[in-house]
Design a protein around this ligand. Structure first.
Ligand SMILES: [Cu+2]
Length: 124
């Protein structure tokens, strides 16, 4: 029991140190999937239109993006990340997850079938 307490004290101290010097950190590992929740974007396809339509959305660099696609017909979303990704969805509701993206910049998410930009992900 005492040993467990000691271990926890060490963990807490280590966490404190990481927080103290975290702002200038470059690529940190070890925090995958735990701290940052995915950004959820609802996408609705209906006939020739899609919502959202070209909105700009900020995404943290260690954050993944989950698209909740509601569509009247199957199709695909094109994500202009590096490498590019094509995500297929079906009629009805499909959840698609991309990222996290490790390079800052703008990533266009498009429907080529509709020739429309759905969102622009601004990775920071
Ligand atoms: Cu494209």
């Amino acid at each position: 029991m005492r040993r467990l307490m000691a271990t926890m004290a060490v963990v807490l101290a280590t966490t404190g140190l990481l927080t103290a010097c975290g702002s200038s950190g470059t690529a940190k590992t070890g925090s995958e999937g735990s701290s940052t929740k995915p950004l959820v974007i609802d996408v609705t396809f209906s006939g020739d239109s899609v919502t959202p339509n070209g909105d700009r959305v900020d995404v943290a660099r260690d954050q993944s993006v989950e698209f909740v696609v509601k569509a009247d017909e199957a199709g695909e979303i094109h994500v202009h990340s590096t490498p590019e990704k094509e995500l297929e969805y079906r009629a009805g509701t499909t959840e698609l997850t991309v990222g996290p993206f490790d390079t800052p910049g703008m990533i266009e998410v498009e429907s080529h079938a509709l020739d429309k930009t759905i969102v622009q992900l601004q990775v920071k």
